[in-house]
Ligand binder design. Structure first.
Ligand code: SF4
Length: 135
């Protein structure tokens, strides 16, 4: 089984109420069992919601208490992002998943190749999971 950012599967869970459906990826995974995850929703944030950014560091720094996640209104969403990351980790552990395909350029899911590493990606990498990034 593979955990996947839900927006890549077509779930309209992004901050703007839209998805980032990746049809090629969905086709590639036709025969796989998959677990959709959206850490920002798991953290209790509504959809749609104001976009958030990592401030003063990346997801690893957020986990260590040295950076924050702030939305475009200036609200501090750090706690929700950390809560969502641990909720995703719990689901992934429960299903004995080893690989995670996550959305790039996201303050939650980004793997850090095109943007800073997101909070959930950082937690999963730190816990030894294979995290790959998709657009
Ligand atoms: S990138 Fe991650 S947190 Fe953002 S909408 Fe997609 S699944 Fe949810």
């Amino acid at each position: 089984m593979i955990a996947i950012s839900a927006c890549l599967l077509g779930f309209k869970c992004r901050y703007d109420g839209k998805s980032k459906k990746n049809s090629a990826l969905i086709k590639l995974l036709e025969s796989e069992k998959i677990l959709p995850i959206c850490p920002e929703q798991l953290g209790g944030l509504p959809t749609p919601r104001a976009p958030s950014n990592l401030v003063e560091g990346d997801g690893f720094d957020v986990l260590d208490g040295n950076a924050k996640v702030i939305n475009s209104f200036g609200d501090d969403n750090t706690e929700a992002f950390i809560k969502g990351a641990y909720a995703a980790l719990d689901m992934i552990r429960e299903q004995k998943i080893k690989r995670c395909f996550l959305k790039d350029k996201s303050p939650s899911c980004g793997r850090g190749e095109k943007y800073l590493t997101g909070v959930t990606a950082a937690l999963l990498i730190r816990k030894g999971y294979i995290v790959e990034e998709f657009s």
